[in-house]
Design a protein around this ligand. Sequence first.
Ligand SMILES: [Zn+2]
Ligand SMILES: [Zn+2]
Ligand SMILES: [Zn+2]
Length: 104
Amino acid sequence: MRGAVVDAETRCVHYRTDLDVIAIEFACCGDFYPCHLCHSEAVDHPAAQWRTEEFQERAVLCGVCGTLLTIAEYADAHACPSCAAPFNPGCKLHWDLYFRVPLG
Ligand SMILES: [Zn+2]
Ligand SMILES: [Zn+2]
Ligand SMILES: [Zn+2]
């Protein structure tokens, strides 16, 4: 895990409500960051987005239980399918920063 992480459930200095418990693997560098701001502050390249063909990549980490979700699973999820931790619905507003995959 990289970025400005502030606790063991992958909250960061930018997003740290109770619901901010996921981290996303970036398609450009293969590293997990809690958010797009953490990524842009840590590296000197633009973020790449996952493509539709990569829908089954396990690129989303639940910080509560450590389960890796596929992008497809995360697209449909309002909570972790493994531990039921609720996910922040606001993250979907930033979907296109991470994924070039149709939402829902
Ligand atoms: Zn990157
Ligand atoms: Zn962040
Ligand atoms: Zn979980």
